[in-house]
Design a binder for this molecule. Structure first.
Ligand code: SAM
Ligand code: SF4
Length: 548
């Protein structure tokens, strides 16, 4: 049996058609009120990283707040929002490959509108977008996403839900954050990346983020990326780093803890550099010095990611229990992994014993050409410090094979690094040239066949390492947050025995399968591990520790 975890809305109940009920409007405006039936049913197709998924939650929430209903399939939607990924060419091709289907859909239902946003939309490629994505009506850069509702003409004075943002109707809690422009009807909102933290705060205060789970939540803490990894498109699509205000992040985490969220993941392209761009404050005066932040900037008196972790860890519910049981974060650039941060990871009980620390290559020459700003030796020192501060910490990484100029010897060095570090999980990909990035000027001189061979060799090595590490879990007891009911087809054995299986992650981010039904969803369960595979563990429940 499969159970679909329906999104949990922090919104007032909607009518049967799915549209918002809409607030009462002044008598003189009643004739202009838009009924939910005339608002589009939307479908958001999200590709790529967790940041994209988090952005989609915000866009879905904004559309629902405007009174639109959500469609469960692209085919039934009047409004298709594609939140794209451009990290590799294959990701862009996935969307380009859907243009024909979207054209047919629009022909059959001429009112259908298609919006493309995410990393495929950049200022530097606007001129090719129309040709590349002929079925798209509106292109929005990631920092323009807060404009979605307004740019679709749904931000009218009479659109249900939006009245909450109109002057005089602004809820008190939201008032300090509401961008003044939302109150202006019929005027475009100027796009500036700096608005992202503000719009997030408004969405949090209004409770309009359409979260996908009751027990799991993403919280963006920093937007953009200041690194200049030469292969990467992200700094071009998402712009420079902008941290959300410290108290805004805390307020969101507090609210999520009170709502029963158990597993919270802080998001950013490089969370480790959180806070360097925030104004100095007296309360962070003791943060002067003591930080070995890679960049040469004055961080005196500004909060850092370690301070943020400690503050979230210290949040308490009314009964004194920690507000958040499990705290995670992605991604961490090794260059900004400070001693202060390692101490915070070690000392905060809620911070899970797992770190995703992308290395990309095991050769200094390749790392240098990639602009990664660390050497293999420096990276290994970090791993050592982490492992002595947090015994048993699970590590995962990203690796790119076949980067420009990578020789066989340099590739072998990456394999050697994997043998040395013994990651629990590695996300590997063949290098894909991204037009506009600095590396696009370098020759793409490792053939596709050779990239594939290297990728397979690396994955085979990692499979063996992962399996060995997983076998060490057999016989151990571990706490698992159940977050899915297994598809019967994904578990031949379950079908054969007719048993329902569930799965979830332990604190070290290991995927664990066990017998059990949907009543376990959202529960922390103690499990004894009985078997290990290369990518997951299997076990039996000991007892449920915390009710959902
Ligand atoms: N900010 C993160 C970091 O510092 O590693 C990663 C963000 S990026 C969305 C995720 C991963 O995509 C990278 O770690 C890298 O391994 C991979 N990636 C980025 N650009 C790539 C490219 N041009 N070709 C292949 N893989 C790429
Ligand atoms: Fe891309 Fe490097 Fe920034 Fe990660 S740190 S998003 S790989 S530029």
């Amino acid at each position: 049996m499969t159970v679909r975890a329906l999104p949990v809305l922090e919104l007032p109940a909607r009518s049967a058609t799915g549209g918002g009920e809409g607030p009462r409007v002044a008598a003189e405006l009643e004739e202009y009120v838009v009924g939910p039936e005339s608002l589009p049913r939307f479908f958001i197709w999200t590709l790529g990283c967790q940041m994209n998924h988090s952005d989609s939650e915000e866009m879905a929430g904004a559309l629902l707040a405007a009174g639109c209903a959500e469609s469960w399939s692209l085919e039934d939607a009047d409004l298709v929002v594609i939140n794209s990924c451009a990290i590799r060419e294959a990701a862009e091709q996935k969307v380009i490959g859907r243009m024909g289907q979207l054209a047919e859909l629009k022909q059959a239902r001429p009112g259908t509108r298609v919006v493309l946003t995410g990393c495929a939309v950049r200022e530097d490629n606007r001129h090719v977008l129309r040709r590349r994505y002929p079925s798209v009506d509106l292109f929005l850069r990631p920092d323009e996403e807060p404009e979605l509702v307004a740019r679709l003409g749904l931000a009218t004075l009479t659109a249900p839900g939006l009245m909450a943002g109109v002057a005089g109707h602004v809820p008190e809690t939201m008032a300090p954050h509401v961008p003044a422009t939302i109150a202006r009807v019929g005027r475009s909102i100027a796009a500036t990346a700096d608005r992202l933290p503000g719009t997030r705060a408004a969405a949090v205060a209004a409770g309009s983020i359409r979260r996908g789970s009751r027990w799991d939540a993403w919280v963006p803490v920093i937007y953009g990326c200041d690194k200049t990894c030469t292969y990467c498109i992200v700094p071009f699509s998402r712009g420079p780093e902008r941290s959300r205000p410290f108290d805004d992040v805390l307020a969101e985490c507090r609210k999520l803890g009170r709502a029963g969220v158990l597993n919270l993941t802080l998001l950013g392209q490089n969370v480790n550099s959180y806070g360097h761009d925030l104004p100095p404050e007296q309360r962070f005066a003791d943060l002067a010095g003591g930080r070995t932040l890679g960049r040469r900037i004055d961080t005196t008196g500004r909060p850092d990611f370690a301070a943020l972790l400690r503050a979230i860890d210290a949040l308490r519910l009314e009964d004194g229990r920690p507000a958040i049981a499990r705290l995670r974060f992605v991604t961490s650039h090794p260059w900004d992994l400070t001693d202060r941060l390692i101490d915070a990871i070690a000392e905060c009980p809620s911070v899970c014993e797992h770190l995703h620390l992308p290395v990309q290559s095991g050769d200094d020459g390749v790392l240098h050409r990639m602009g990664r700003q660390y050497s293999v030796e420096a990276y290994l020192r970090l791993v050592q410090r982490l492992r002595s501060a947090v015994p048993g910490i699970a590590l995962s990484s990203d690796v790119i094979v076949g980067f420009s100029g990578e020789t066989e010897r340099q590739f072998e060095a990456t394999l050697e690094l994997l043998r040395t570090v013994r990651y629990d999980q590695v996300f590997a990909a063949a290098y894909s040239v991204r037009p506009g990035t600095p590396a696009a000027r370098l020759p793409d001189d490792v053939s596709p066949g050779e990239k594939r061979r290297r990728l397979n060799a690396l994955l085979e090595l990692q499979e063996g390492i992962g399996w060995e590490l997983n076998r060490a879990w057999v016989g151990r007891r571990t706490e698992v947050l159940i977050d899915r009911v297994d598809q019967p087809s994904a578990h031949g054995e379950a079908t054969a025995r007719g048993a329902v299986r569930v799965a979830g992650r332990n604190r070290q981010n290991k995927l664990v399968h066990l017998d059990g039904g949907p009543e376990l969803l959202g529960r922390l369960v103690d499990v004894v591990i009985e078997r290990a595979g290369p990518y997951s563990l299997q076990g039996s429940q000991v007892e449920a520790t915390i009710p959902a």
